[in-house]
Design a protein around this ligand. Structure first.
Ligand SMILES: [Zn+2]
Ligand SMILES: [Zn+2]
Length: 466
C-alpha cells in the first residue's frame, strides 16, 4: 500500500508536510514543507526567535521542524553534530502555493531534493528572496552553508522545477490543477501512485474572483474518484462567504463619505486584493499609493498575470518612505528600491499629506508610524482588509491599532474576504469530489468533518508522525 505520513498540518492550520511513499519503495514525494505558525507562536515572538547561530537545533528541539531522518541539509546536520544520511528519503517536494505555511521550511531541505511548483509560485518565492534580508529560515531559493564564516560565500542554489500540468517523479505521477486562493499560482493536485489516487486540496475557496478554478478542480476529482482526498478545513467552523465584491462595495461606500486620507491594510502578496483596492481607488476618484515592496512585487507578477496594472499607471503612486538617515538620500535605499526613486509617480509624505483627499494608501499595521509623517486629517479612514483578531495576541494588536487611529482621529472599518472556503463550500468541495475517503488537514476542527459531509465518503482523521 502507498504510505502517507503527516509531519505537519494535523489538527493545526498550516505547516503542511505530507510524505507519500509508493508501495514499490522507489518513489516518494513530500506535498509542501511549510512553516508551523501555531507551534512557532507557542514559544517565539518578534523578540524571541530561534537562533541562527544554532543552525537547525532550535527548530528541532522546540518542535518547529519534525525529527525526520534523510531530509535536512548536510551542512546543518553536521553543524548540529547529528548523523548525516545517504540519499534523501524524498525524491521531490511539490509545493501547492507560495504561502509560508506551505513553502517556508524548504529552507532546511537537503539541496539534492528538487522542488516542483507552478511558475507563479516560484516567481513569488523569488520576489520574497529578493526583497527580504537573508536569514536561516528564509533561504528558500538559495542558501549559504552553515556555519557561515564569510558572508560573501557563494550561495547554494536550489533545484526548482517549474511545472505546468502533469509530470512524473519516478513512479509517481502528479497533476497540478490551479485553484483559487489568496495568493496567485495556487494549485490542488492529483497524485497517482502504483495503487492509489490521492487528491490534495492545498488551500482553496470557491467564493473568490477565480472561484471557477476551484470548481473545475472539484469537477476533475469527481471524474477521477480519488481513493483519498487530503482536504483543508481552515474555516470548517465558519459561514461567511464574502467575496471581493463585498470588500469593494463596502469600501466604496465608506470612502464616499470620507474627507481626508484612506489607508488600506491587506496581505500584500494577494494580487487579487491589490487589484480590488486599485479599482476602489479609481472608482472613488483617488489614486492608489503603494509601497516600493508592493510595487516590486506587482511589477514582477504582472509578467504572468495580465490583468494587473502597470506600476507606471496614472492611477498608481509609489510611496518613498524615510529610511536610514531620514533625508531621502539615494543611498538610504536598498538596491531593489533605488530604481523607484526617480520614477515620475514616486511621492513622499508631504505630497500625500497635501493630496490626501485624492489618495488610497497601502498601509500595514507595521507601517503605522508613517501616520506621523502623513498627518491625516481628522475623519480619515483606515480599512483593515484582513481577518479580525482571532487570538489573544491579535486582540492586543487590534487594541494598539485602535489607539493609533484614536490619536489621529481616524475611522476604522473591517472589510475582508477570506482566502479559505467556509463550511458550506467545503461541503460542496468534499461531496463533489466523489472521494472514497476524506482526510481532514490544515484545520483546528477535524471533528466537524463527519458532521458536514453527508455522502458515503469515509472520514479518517490523520495521525501525526512527529
Ligand atoms: Zn495554508
Ligand atoms: Zn495559503
Amino acid at each position: 500500500m502507498t504510505k502517507i505520513s503527516f509531519f505537519g498540518g494535523v489538527n493545526e492550520i498550516g505547516g503542511n508536510k505530507i510524505l507519500i511513499q509508493d508501495r514499490s519503495g522507489d518513489a516518494s514525494v513530500f506535498l509542501d514543507f511549510g512553516m508551523n505558525f501555531a507551534r512557532h507562536g507557542m514559544y517565539f515572538e518578534e523578540f524571541i526567535q530561534p537562533r541562527t547561530s544554532n543552525g537547525i537545533v532550535d527548530y528541532l528541539d522546540m518542535g518547529l521542524l519534525p525529527r525526520v531522518d534523510g531530509i535536512y541539509r548536510h551542512d546543518l546536520l553536521e553543524f548540529a553534530g547529528m548523523p548525516k544520511h545517504g540519499d534523501p528519503i524524498a525524491d521531490a517536494i511539490i509545493l501547492s502555493h507560495a504561502h509560508l505555511d506551505h513553502a517556508g521550511h524548504i529552507a532546511f531541505i537537503d539541496e539534492r531534493v528538487p522542488i516542483y511548483c507552478s511558475e507563479l509560485t516560484h516567481a513569488i518565492l523569488k520576489v520574497l528572496h529578493e526583497t527580504q534580508s537573508r536569514s536561516i529560515d528564509s533561504e528558500v531559493i538559495d542558501f549559504k552553508k552553515r556555519p557561515l564564516h564569510n558572508s560573501r560565500d557563494e550561495p547554494v542554489r536550489r533545484d526548482f522545477r517549474l511545472v505546468k500540468k502533469e509530470f512524473k517523479v519516478n513512479g509517481i505521477s502528479i497533476e497540478m490543477i490551479p485553484v483559487d486562493h489568496s495568493v496567485p499560482g495556487a494549485c490542488g493536485m492529483i497524485i497517482r501512485t502504483s495503487d492509489q489516487t490521492i487528491a490534495y486540496s492545498g488551500d482553496l475557496r470557491l467564493h473568490g474572483t477565480h472561484g471557477h478554478l476551484t470548481q473545475e478542480f472539484v469537477e476533475r476529482l469527481a471524474v477521477e474518484k480519488p481513493d483519498i482526498f487530503l482536504c483543508e478545513g481552515t474555516r470548517i467552523d465558519q459561514a461567511d462567504k464574502h467575496g471581493e465584491a463585498y470588500v469593494k462595495v463596502n469600501s466604496d461606500k465608506a470612502i464616499a463619505g470620507t474627507k481626508g486620507l484612506v489607508t488600506a491594510d491587506y496581505a500584500w502578496k494577494d494580487t487579487t486584493r491589490f487589484k480590488t483596492f486599485f479599482d476602489i481607488a479609481k472608482d472613488t476618484g483617488r489614486r492608489f499609493c503603494i509601497s516600493f515592496r508592493e510595487a516590486y512585487y506587482i511589477r514582477e507578477l504582472s509578467k504572468f498575470i495580465p490583468d494587473l496594472p502597470d506600476i507606471n499607471d496614472d492611477n498608481i503612486l509609489l510611496y518613498q518612505r524615510k529610511q536610514k538617515t531620514g533625508t531621502y538620500k539615494d543611498t538610504d535605499y536598498d538596491k531593489e528600491e533605488r530604481e523607484f526613486l526617480n520614477m515620475k509617480n514616486t511621492v513622499r509624505a508631504d505630497y500625500v499629506n497635501k493630496h490626501q483627499d485624492e489618495i488610497v494608501m497601502e498601509l500595514s499595521y507595521f507601517g503605522l508610524p508613517e501616520l506621523i509623517d502623513l498627518k491625516p486629517n481628522p475623519g480619515s479612514l483606515y480599512i483593515k482588509s484582513a481577518s479580525e483578531a482571532f487570538n489573544e495576541e491579535q486582540e492586543f494588536d487590534l487594541e494598539r491599532l485602535k489607539r493609533w487611529l484614536g490619536h489621529f482621529k481616524m475611522e476604522y472599518a473591517n472589510f475582508h474576504a477570506s482566502g479559505h472556503a467556509p463550511q458550506e463550500d467545503l461541503k460542496k468541495v468534499m461531496e463533489g469530489s466523489n472521494a472514497k475517503k476524506i482526510v481532514p488537514i490544515h484545520t483546528d476542527h477535524p471533528e466537524l468533518f463527519p458532521q458536514v459531509v453527508k455522502t458515503g465518503a469515509r472520514i479518517e482523521l490523520p495521525t501525526a508522525s512527529y
